[in-house]
Design a protein around this ligand. Sequence first.
Ligand SMILES: [Zn+2]
Length: 601
Amino acid sequence: MADRIPEEKIDQIRQALDIVEVVSDYVGLKKQGRNYFGLCPFHGENTPSFSVSSDKQIFHCFGCGAGGNVFSFIMDIEGISFQEAVVKLAERANIELEMNVTSNLGEKKASKEIQAAKDAHELLRKFYHHLLVNTKEGQHALEYLLERGFTKESIDKFQIGYSLNSWDFVVKFLAKRDFSPEWMEKAGLIIKREKDGTYFDRFRDRIMFPIFDRHGQTIAFSGRSLGADEPKYLNSPETAIFNKSKILYNFHLAKPNIKKLQHAVLFEGFADCIAADRAGVENGIATMGTSLTDEHIAILRQNVHSITICYDSDNAGIEAAFRAGNLLDDAGFQVKVAIMPDGFDPDEYIKTFGPEKFRKDVIDASYTWMGFKFLYFRRGKNLQNEGDRLSYIEQIIKEISKLTKVVEKDHYLRQLATEFSLSLDSLKQQEKQIYFTEKRKEKSNATKNRKPLYIQNQASELKPAYYTAERRLIAHMLKNRDTAYKIQELLQGNTFNIDEHQAIITYLLGYYEDHLEPNVSAFLSYLQDDNLRKMVATIEMMPINDELNEQELHDYIKQVLNHKKMLKIKEKELELKEAERTDFKKAISILEEIKQLRNSL
Ligand SMILES: [Zn+2]
């Protein structure tokens, strides 16, 4: 992959940038000793285990094992390819890439197709908006919106538009501008007729809501019907540029406000988001007809740590809020939940009670996450009934036992004691019991679900000597080219015991063939395998001595080779047992072999 853009260019970009600066755009970093630390953007956590080394120009997370250089960081966080990451970072470093270096034809075509899809969306967004606000054809749609409480400002702000009541307006409009119909079909703007292969417009006679990506580029539409046409909302299909699980509606406009307020409000749909914006809630975002995904959480995590969930207050909405809240809570967000009277959604609430009441009585009066759970578990229960009451109390105590702050635990236990006239002491005792039972369960689960090797590395459990020895040898090989060759020689054709370790040194020796100077960050670009990359970042962050003295070196090599011999001895011992029963002569010769192996340890 790396060879399409010349390697010198990639090196040039890498050298022109400081990884600390690049990462700082996404993660708040604090200097601690030689390295910088922050909350990992790739997994939820409350205490920083994500570190960036300015000397080595790499990042590494002790929690989830993420790691790599500046290119892998941008690839992971933006969810883009290596090529795209290089282009992005070249721009940042002010280094020009002659784009004809993208010699791969397939890829060139794909990127052209994507650009065409984006251009067509932008063009149509402008045109739909123009139709709505300036033309006779769009007048009824405009009136419809104004009657429903939309303002001219908000129609402009969200670039709302209107699609003509025509089967082929967009087909012709795009063809006239030389957009390939096949590409436009793939972009979701037009649809192919099965019977004759001709095309027709996807959106007809609908109010058009453009959906923007985080850079403000139009990538999809949602069309709302004006009358009884079903569906009420027709969305663009998923395409190369529109991936619902990655898109948060209004993110590009809300981002500055979210940063300023250090808080975001999450809605279930874009209509609520627009209504709330009219009501003065300008830090609102919404998912696009999907439940909250890990990708959404990763985007949010880079910008904010405190979120109010404001979903519909019907059964489905409350269930969805409970799910989203759990995900956000697990990811370390401070979660609140806004509740409206039964059955209301934000849009209707604002229409009925006005913007001010919405801000004051709904958003500002949001429940804490625990407070919401008090309500949530109460649903469908009759607390006058003893059975229901006891099961409710137990559920709540279980939730309280998950809290980390003693003060909070105490607060909610008191609330429970007061409400049900129970003794605070007995509640406290029960809470402790539940807490320890859950802890035990967690512990036994943790031993059952062992994590992959590279994550395990940071766990406190002891590693066999050869494992540590191999890692230390790799660490020195990464630092010094001569040491790398020397170690290779001392291994006398033997390989490392851990396959991944062997793969790393094989790549590393390959790297040294073409590069004279050791450079971990450059080596990470050279390594194509993501798992190996993470492992190298982990190894590189291990504290080791600058110099590897002869004694140390031979000890490590010995440990690597001894493990192989130990395995051989075990194998021979099994053979021996077998031979003792059947072939006495053979047994003696095996015994001799074992002796020799033992002596060489
Ligand atoms: Zn992590």
